[in-house]
Write a protein that binds this ligand. Structure first.
Ligand code: PEP
Ligand code: MG
Length: 557
């Protein structure tokens, strides 16, 4: 009998699937050199390139028109990239020098890939899009069918090195029952679309290429595991049980509590009135993170008091009686804002971002706090909480808390920098609450760029060093009876949510789509089990082991 074997990656969407593997095979990239084109053929070669790029763009756009939400946005963005003026100019220049159209495109794309990789961060993530667009336009020029995800006849688990947005957008969840990629991170396009479609998904899987085409695979999205060679009957039973569990989530009703009745506030992360309106349909008790900067990403100048008041008011309106935690401008790094940021920084994630911006420009903070206070007029006392992002010193905390309290609002800070976690008891003396931003806390603790598709093992909030810092903050909060929330992605992981509760965290804030899963999982375990899981993870060597120890303590199969 075949030996079963297991490989691991970073979990993105939980859920189980058992099906044959279906590999996305990328076409070979043509050699960038070829005999020079005679002068007379150069204009036609450029024409051919322009119409091939147009055809690819039109097809992507047509798919974008019949889809909605992020799927549609992603397709439209890729369609625009196919006709990108910078690429066209570079291709035109090369063709004019006698390089044939295909080779000109390959070379132009390589040039932009280089630039994007040097820029790092979000730009580097777009390299996959560039390669995808190149492959599509080359296929069009050579008269081959457009590359992409093969359409399987039976339900399959899609495996790929990395998936381009246009590959993932519009996948049929009845035929592609799970996704695993060798690269990609928790914030990659693959992850975003998989979350939206609810397809179990794992990224950054080591040794994925060892799985052969057609081989039966059991994928466990929650554990980030792929198992091969397991007994078919047992695997199907696990998938069926998981389906029952996932169906039961639809009927979960709040408020959040453990099985034995310990209450945990489950809150939502929002970015504007629209997302808040959608979130209000969930069982959330309020807003745990209002990312105000996301409303200003396109603004060239600072929005006026009235404009800001309107934006904040729209979120308050959707949760009129409940707690809303507003985060002041977190500009910088992966969220640059023209009017707030420095023009250039060599290392923006460690640069002038978040609260540090207001050190140089304190009016930005006072204008924002004035608008928040005005928009919050008439709300129940104590229901409007305001916190600062990217805090690292006691003096800036003192100053921020004073500014917030002087406007009658509740003052807090985010714990995103290890310096704050390490001195948690001293920071807690200065504020009314703290909220742990595990995305950045993990990035800074592990010294690993949260956007890198190569570092998923490091940017994992289950890393024992990160969990130790969180436990330290939670204990400090419990000692002085000050609320400690978590609002990073970690709060949306049902098993990790239980661990956080076991550590003493008092509220969890997450995307509204995650509320039912976390609520149902918490309701299935006792506080003692959560505490046992929290104690167990302290002994783990790495993220994978921490997950396994916690799941064992929580009795999750
Ligand atoms: C975090 O860092 O965990 C967080 C919630 O903030 P953001 O993801 O917006 O940086
Ligand atoms: Mg953050």
């Amino acid at each position: 009998m075949e030996q079963s074997r297991e490989i691991f990656g970073t979990p993105v969407v939980s859920g189980m699937a058992y099906a044959p593997a279906l590999w996305v095979v990328r076409p070979a990239v043509p050699s960038p050199s070829a005999p020079s084109l005679p002068d007379s053929e150069r204009p036609a070669a450029f024409e051919a390139y322009v119409s091939a790029a147009q055809a690819v763009s039109d097809r992507l756009l047509a798919r974008g028109e019949v889809t909605i939400g992020q799927t549609s946005d992603v397709l439209k963005m890729t369609a625009a990239l196919a006709k990108d003026r910078g690429i066209r100019k570079e291709v035109g220049k090369l063709i004019a020098q006698g390089v044939p159209a295909v080779q000109a495109l390959v070379r132009a794309t390589d040039h932009f890939i280089d630039l994007f990789l040097k820029a790092g961060g979000l730009m580097a993530e777009r390299v996959t899009d560039l390669r995808d667009v190149r492959d599509r336009v080359v296929a069009e020029l050579e008269g081959r069918p457009e590359p992409g995800v093969p359409a399987p006849a039976t339900p399959s688990i899609l495996l790929a090195d990395d998936l381009a947005p246009a590959d993932t957008a519009g996948l049929d969840p009845h035929l592609i029952v799970a996704i695993a990629t060798e690269r990609g991170g928790p914030t990659s396009h693959t992850a975003i679309i998989a979350r939206q479609l609810g397809i179990p998904c794992i990224v950054a899987v080591r040794h994925l290429s060892e799985i052969s085409e057609g081989e039966a695979v059991l994928l466990d999205g929650a554990r980030g595991a792929l198992m091969m060679g397991c007994a078919a009957e047992g695997a199907r039973e696990l998938v069926a049980r998981d389906r029952v569990w996932r169906d039961s989530l639809a009927s979960w009703r709040g408020p959040g509590a453990t099985k034995d009745g310990t209450r945990i506030q489950l809150l939502v992360n929002v970015q504007d009135g629209l997302t808040a309106t959608k979130a209000a349909e969930s069982q959330a008790e309020g807003v745990g993170l209002f990312r105000t900067e996301l409303s200003f990403l396109d603004a060239d100048t600072e929005p006026s008091f009235e404009e800001q008041k309107k934006i904040y008011g729209e979120v308050f309106q959707t949760f009129p009686e409940s707690k809303v935690v507003v985060r002041t401008l977190d500009a910088g790094s992966d969220k640059p804002i023209v009017y707030a940021n420095l023009d250039h920084e060599d290392n923006p994630a460690l640069g002038v971002r978040g609260l540090r911006i207001t050190g140089r420009n304190p009016e930005l903070l006072s204008h924002q706090l004035d608008a928040i206070a005005a928009a919050a007029q008439g709300r129940p006392e104590g229901s409007t909480w305001v916190m600062a992002p990217m805090v690292s010193t006691l003096s800036e905390t003192r100053w921020f808390a004073q500014e917030v309290r002087s406007r009658g609002l509740t003052a807090g800070i985010m714990v995103e920098v290890p310096a704050v976690a390490i001195l948690a008891p001293r920071f807690l003396e200065l504020v009314d609450f703290v909220s742990i931003g595990t995305n950045d806390l993990t990035q800074y603790t592990m010294a690993a760029d949260r956007l890198s598709s190569h570092l998923a093992e490091y940017t994992d909030p289950w890393q024992p060093a990160v969990l130790t810092l969180i436990a330290h903050v939670a204990l400090a909060g419990r000692t002085v009876d000050t609320p400690v929330g978590v609002c990073g992605e970690a709060a949306a992981d049902p098993a990790l949510a239980c661990v956080l509760v076991g550590m003493g965290v008092t509220s969890l804030s997450m995307a509204s789509s995650a509320i039912a899963g976390v609520g149902a999982q918490l309701g299935a375990v006792t506080l003692a089990q959560c505490e046992e899981a929290a104690a167990a993870v302290a002994h783990a060597d790495n993220g994978v082991q921490a997950r396994a120890l916690a799941r064992a303590a929580l009795g999750i199969g």
